[in-house]
Design a protein around this ligand. Structure first.
Ligand code: SRM
Ligand code: SF4
Length: 586
């Protein structure tokens, strides 16, 4: 990275990579090290994997003069977070066969396996593809997993939104054959799918070029999602590209288009910041793919390829202005955006327990703390879900809040599923406090190389202590949003939470306050670099005031702003040309 006009080193790696091949084949075959060659460590991200090392034993290995304990994280592409019971069972098997014995449900509705060693990467990825789950573009400077409102069976509009998420994901997939050559010995996934009789792929590669991305792909990662109001579970305003479904008389008539959201920042560097997406207009369903492609290519052409930490779409928009960006996108299209329509979000969390959908079938949302599916402390989630997968003929759906929906269950199967959960010491979580049910935590230690403090492993402990404080103030049943990340990259979207802990150093966090329950307002830094006792001592009087002064079902951060305990942080904006009724609806 450089501040002059030289392209960042990553741009060079991409351009030399021959459409993402690099020397991955040679790196994988090298028996001397558990690592990949340096350039390949960057390129493998486009294939859905990151090289990592176990940070718990990094120092010990260093002292023993051993190379770090390298292993790989593998992330799937799973639009809308939907998979079949057979796919679940296959991934569950891989967790034991090649990974660390757990499955991780991510904040973008995908799976991650951790701890796969280099020589087992290829068989693991091949085994995923054998059950029609690929990992293409799950990471890297491309469009990542496309998120969609979590339960498509609740209404026809939800199902349509999921279908659009799938099409968008396919449309923006890299078209290089590199993935299939390297991991599947040249067998293309769409060919495999056709053989399996499950080919709903839409467009696929026909030649070796990247018509949307070009040879250097995007300047940085790119994220897209579809929200179906009144639920903003996908945190639509944190996405580079967001579509808010507009439903009239039960029918999906189109989408409001949002651009330029993002969470990542660097401590102490005010040129980096979280940003809420702007709403720039309305598109009909048949305009969605073209609009998305125009946004992507505008970012491809104008995104910062010199300074990587300024390369996300949010900075392109901050640099040029939202109205310029909108005009740039429109001139790539044969139509202009209509004015954004009214929409209203009520919350961004999940609703736990059984719910009945339009078809009459049932859906059970279960709480999986920090998304970690494992058998631990008598709570045997892996066993329970594998047993359910063996009898379930609906689907599994990962929610953007790291939880799971056992979806599309016939009346007659409900009792069996409840019994299996009970047998394995787990339940939907409905008896837990709303604080514990809705909290998010990123992976952080021991696998994340960027972690500065614990997150996933700290959530149970901190959650219990904060819950105790809530109980003392009579607030146990009040929904208060808590998110913890091990650093300010923001993988659990902490800057939208009412209370967020963002890792600064081992055992030390920045405390943020001020997000809302609808995912429409950023929070702000309240206390810097403090330890647990100070965090709790800071929250204690604020919660006491809240308990005394709360009006109706007012949220904690709404109260803090109303009572001027904190200033009002920024909320969602509309491009000047598209305000109209949509803004009033907020
Ligand atoms: Fe993330 C990097 C984990 C969602 C912003 N993220 C990482 C890496 C790969 C660390 C690295 O670069 O080496 C983490 C791997 C940890 C591990 O051991 O698994 C990591 N991110 C995750 C996951 C697994 C967190 C989770 O607990 O679920 C999520 C995977 C989602 C998926 O399935 O694709 C995950 N990451 C997010 C989100 C939330 C979202 O996308 O909705 C964000 C904030 C939104 C955004 O992108 O602005 C996010 N991750 C980042 C960033 C900061 C990007 C930036 O603009 O500055 C990084 C660091 C980077 O890219 O340089 C990062
Ligand atoms: Fe790692 Fe930071 Fe993301 Fe947590 S927020 S997973 S510590 S990069």
């Amino acid at each position: 990275m450089t501040d002059n006009n030289t392209l960042s080193a990553v741009e060079g790696i991409k351009v030399r990579s021959r459409l993402l091949r690099g020397t991955l084949v040679e790196s994988l075959a090298d028996p001397i090290t558990g690592a990949l060659a340096e350039d390949d460590q960057m390129l493998i991200k486009f294939h859905g994997s990151y090289q990592q090392d176990d940070r718990d034993i990094r120092e010990e290995r260093r002292q023993q003069k051993l190379e770090p304990a390298y292993s790989f994280m593998i992330r799937t592409r799973l639009p809308g977070g939907v998979c079949s019971p057979a796919q679940w069972l296959a991934l569950d098997g891989l967790a034991d066969q090649y990974a660390n014995g757990s499955l991780r449900l991510t904040t973008r509705q995908a799976f991650q396996l951790h701890g796969v060693i280099k020589r087992e990467l290829k068989p693991t990825i091949a085994a995923m593809n054998a059950v029609l789950i690929d990992t293409i573009a799950a990471c890297g400077d491309v469009n990542r997993n496309v998120m969609s409102a979590a339960n498509p069976h609740i209404s026809g509009a939800h199902a349509e939104a999921l279908e659009w998420a799938r099409r968008l994901s396919e449309h923006l997939l890299p078209k290089t054959h590199a993935y299939h050559e390297i991991w599947l010995d040249g067998v293309r996934v769409d060919e495999v799918r056709v053989d399996e009789g499950a080919g709903e792929l839409g467009e696929s590669a026909t030649g070796e070029s990247e018509p949307i991305y070009g040879p250097t792909y995007l300047p940085r990662k790119f994220k897209a999602a579809i929200a179906v109001p009144p639920l903003n579970d996908v945190d639509i305003f944190s996405q580079d590209l967001g579509f808010i479904a507009i439903i009239e008389d039960g029918k999906l008539i189109g989408f409001n288009l949002c651009v330029g959201g993002g969470m990542g920042s660097t401590h102490g560097d005010t040129t980096t910041f979280p940003r809420l997406a702007d709403v720039i207009g309305f598109v009909t369903p048949d305009q969605l793919l073209a609009a998305a492609e125009a946004v992507v290519t505008a970012q491809r052409d104008f995104g910062n390829r010199i300074v990587r930490k300024h390369a996300r779409l949010k900075y392109t928009i901050e640099t040029h202005g939202i109205d310029w960006f909108k005009a740039e996108v429109e001139q790539r299209l044969s139509f202009r955006f209509a004015a954004a329509r009214a929409f209203h979000f009520e919350h961004s969390g999940d609703r736990f327990g059984w719910v009945r959908g339009e078809s009459g079938n049932w859906h059970l949302t279960v709480r999986i703390e920090a998304g970690r599916v494992a058998d631990r402390n008598g709570r045997n989630w892996r066993q329970a879900l594998a047993a359910i997968a063996r009898i379930h003929d609906g689907e599994f759906r990962i929610t953007p809040n790291q939880n799971l929906i056992i979806a599309n269950v016939a009346d007659a199967q409900r009792a069996g599923i409840d019994a299996l959960l009970q047998t394995h010491g787990v339940d939907a979580g409905t008896a837990q406090s709303p604080l514990r049910l809705n909290a998010l935590a990123c992976v952080s230690y021991p696998t994340c190389p960027l972690a500065m403090a614990e997150a996933e492993r700290y959530l149970p402990d901190f959650g219990a202590k904060l819950e105790l404080l809530l109980v003392q103030h009579g607030l146990r049943d009040v929904p208060i949003g808590l998110r913890i990340t091990g650093c300010p990259n923001g993988c659990a979207r902490p800057f939208l939470a009412e209370i967020a802990l963002v890792g600064k150093a081992p055992g030390r966090y920045n405390l943020y306050l001020g997000g809302d329950r609808r995912g429409q307002r950023l929070n702000a830094l309240y206390r810097e670099n403090i330890v647990e006792a100070d965090i709790l001592a800071t929250l204690d009087p604020l919660l006491a005031d809240f308990a005394r002064g709360r009006s109706g079902d007012e949220g904690f951060a709404d109260f803090l702003i109303r009572s001027e305990a904190i200033p009002a942080p920024p909320s969602v904006q509309f491009a000047a040309s598209t305000r109209q009724s949509a803004e009033r609806a907020l």
